[in-house]
Ligand binder design. Structure first.
Ligand code: ZN
Length: 299
C-alpha cells in the first residue's frame, strides 16, 4: 500500500506541476502581447504621419491646380492680341513726282489764289538725290511697317512716273476716309547751316481736326527724332499753314512732315542713305502707332 500511496502522491505532484506549468504559460501570453504592440507603436505613429500626409497633400493640390489653369488661358492669349493699328486707315502721300506740273489749281475750294499742281521739290546739296526719290522710298518703307502693325494703308503713288496734283492727293485721302493722312517732304533753306525736321499742320480755320492734327504731329515728330537722331527745327517743331493746297482740300485729319533739309550737307548725307531712310520710316511708324494707342481713333 505504501508504494501505491507514494505513486499516487508522485502522480498528483506531477499533475500539479503540469497544471502549474500550463497555467502560467497561458497567463504569460497576454503579457507578451504588449511587446508586439510596442513594435506596432511606431506603425501607429506612421499612421499618424499618414493622417498628416493627406492633410499635406490637401495643401499641395492647390499648387498643381493653378498650373493647369493658366494653360487654358494661354491658348486664347495669342488670338486676342490685336495689332495696334487694326481697323485704322493711314494715307501716305510722298511729295512731288519725277516730272513736276506747273499748271495752276486753286489753293483752297472757292479760292481765286492758285499754285502749280505739283512743284519740283528740292535736291541734295552734296548727294544730288531728288526729294521725290527720298520721300517715295520712305513712303514705301512706311507703308510696309504700318501694315505689319495692322493698318490699312493707302498711298497716292508707288512709282515716280505719275501726274497727281495736290488737290487730287487731298481728295485721295477724302475718298479713302483715312484716319490720318501724312504728307512726306524734305525742306531746303538758303542757309546751308539750317538743318533738322519739323511738322506742318493746317491752321485752325482750314481743318475740322485741329487738335487731333496737332497732337498727331507732336507725337510723330517726337518719335521720328528719337529714332533718327535728327535735330528739330523751330522751337516746337510745329508750324501752322493756311496756304497748302494739299491741306485745304483735305477733309480728313492730316499732317505734313519735313523730314530734314537736303540743303544741309549733314542732313543730306543721312536722308540720301537707304538704311537711314528705313530708320526714318521706322520713326514715323513708331509715332503713328503711339499716337493711335494713346489718343484712340478719330470720330
Ligand atoms: Zn516738298
Amino acid at each position: 500500500m505504501k508504494p501505491n500511496i507514494l505513486k499516487i502522491c508522485i502522480a498528483m505532484l506531477l499533475a500539479g506541476a503540469f497544471l502549474l506549468a500550463c497555467v502560467p504559460q497561458e497567463e504569460v501570453l497576454p503579457t507578451a502581447a504588449p511587446t508586439p504592440e510596442i513594435g506596432e507603436a511606431p506603425e501607429v505613429a506612421v499612421v499618424v504621419t499618414a493622417t498628416e500626409t493627406p492633410a499635406q497633400i490637401a495643401t499641395v493640390p492647390p499648387t498643381p491646380s493653378p498650373s493647369p489653369t493658366p494653360e487654358p488661358t494661354e491658348p486664347p492669349t495669342p488670338s486676342p492680341t490685336p495689332k495696334p493699328l487694326e481697323g485704322i486707315v493711314i494715307g501716305i502721300d510722298p511729295g512731288h513726282q519725277r516730272v513736276y506740273n506747273p499748271h495752276p489749281e486753286p489753293v483752297a475750294p472757292g479760292s481765286s489764289q492758285t499754285k502749280q499742281k505739283v512743284a519740283g521739290g528740292c535736291r541734295g546739296v552734296k548727294s544730288g538725290v531728288y526729294e521725290y526719290e527720298v520721300v517715295l522710298n520712305v513712303g514705301l518703307y512706311l507703308k510696309a511697317l504700318l501694315e505689319e502693325q495692322g493698318a490699312t494703308v493707302v498711298i497716292t503713288h508707288d512709282t515716280l512716273d505719275v501726274d497727281i496734283s495736290n488737290i487730287e492727293r487731298a481728295q485721295f485721302f477724302n475718298d479713302n476716309n483715312v484716319d490720318l493722312g501724312i504728307r512726306l517732304h524734305c525742306n531746303k533753306s538758303g542757309d546751308k547751316k539750317v538743318k533738322g525736321a519739323f511738322m506742318l499742320i493746317p491752321t485752325e480755320n482750314r481743318t475740322d481736326f485741329y487738335t487731333f492734327n496737332r497732337r498727331a504731329a507732336e507725337i510723330v515728330l517726337e518719335e521720328y527724332l528719337r529714332e533718327t537722331g535728327l535735330s528739330m527745327r523751330y522751337k516746337t517743331g510745329i508750324t501752322e499753314r493756311g496756304d497748302q493746297t494739299g491741306f485745304n482740300w483735305c477733309k480728313r485729319p492730316i499732317i505734313n512732315i519735313e523730314m530734314g533739309h537736303l540743303s544741309n550737307p549733314d542732313d543730306d548725307a543721312l536722308l540720301s542713305d537707304d538704311a537711314f531712310q528705313q530708320r526714318m520710316a521706322q520713326g514715323l511708324c513708331n509715332g503713328i502707332v503711339r499716337f493711335f494707342v494713346e489718343e484712340g481713333t478719330v470720330n
